[in-house]
Design a protein around this ligand. Structure first.
Ligand code: 5GP
Length: 188
């Protein structure tokens, strides 16, 4: 079975960039493509960035038990399809789930061997700056995301590993070390 790594952290903390850099460093890292009911952002592609679904289609999948975890976030649904986890199962493969707090908690219960990593910002204000600079969300959405972020930051102690993303090079280095450690653990 592949290694599962859950990466959680508030919106705007830089999880996406860190995971992209991690994948450049470790070829066997694959990102699970989540399902969501939110609208695609400019440049996002269905089946690549997310499986974009209508609300009723998402509900059918919940009823069918198709999700490893699912949660509501800022009024939209997000979930990890079990098929994303089945696809590959080599002991040297790593599947990254980039998911929010409630989903991370569900995976902690159902798949306790998954490594749980929380990416924290250097400060709360730096999150707001990043979300505004990114320019992908409306002012109202940014406020909603910051409200959720406060709650998420309060839960970081639940995670076995916390990486503060104050410097991208250091943060990706730390993430790579954790993943290599998991892989070595499987081989030793
Ligand atoms: P965004 O809309 O910015 O792409 O994602 C919003 C939040 O949903 C982020 O915190 C992201 O990590 C989380 N998210 C993305 N996919 C999933 C998923 O499959 N399950 C859960 N629980 N959260 C997800």
């Amino acid at each position: 079975m592949a290694h599962l790594i859950v990466i959680t952290g508030p919106s705007g903390v830089g999880k996406g960039t860190l995971i992209t850099l991690l994948r450049e460093r470790i070829a066997s890292v694959r990102l699970s493509i989540s399902a969501t009911t939110r609208e695609p952002r400019q440049g996002e592609r269905d089946g690549v960035d997310y499986h974009f679904l209508a609300d009723d289609a998402f509900d059918v999948l919940i009823a069918e038990g198709a999700f490893a975890e699912h949660a509501r976030y800022a009024g939209k649904q997000y979930g990890t399809l079990l098929t994303e986890l089945d696809e590959r199962d080599g002991a040297e493969d790593v599947i990254v789930l980039e998911i929010e707090l409630q989903g991370a908690r569900q995976i902690r219960q159902s798949m306790p061997s998954a490594l749980q990593v929380f990416i924290a910002p250097p400060s709360f204000d730096s999150l707001r700056e990043r979300l505004v600079r990114r320019g992908t969300d409306s002012a109202q959405t940014i406020d909603e995301r910051l409200a959720v972020a406060r709650e998420e930051l309060g839960a970081q102690d639940e995670f076995s590993e916390v990486i503060v993303n104050d410097n991208l090079d250091n943060a990706v280095e730390a993430l790579e070390r954790l993943v290599q450690g998991q892989l070595r653990g499987a081989i030793d």
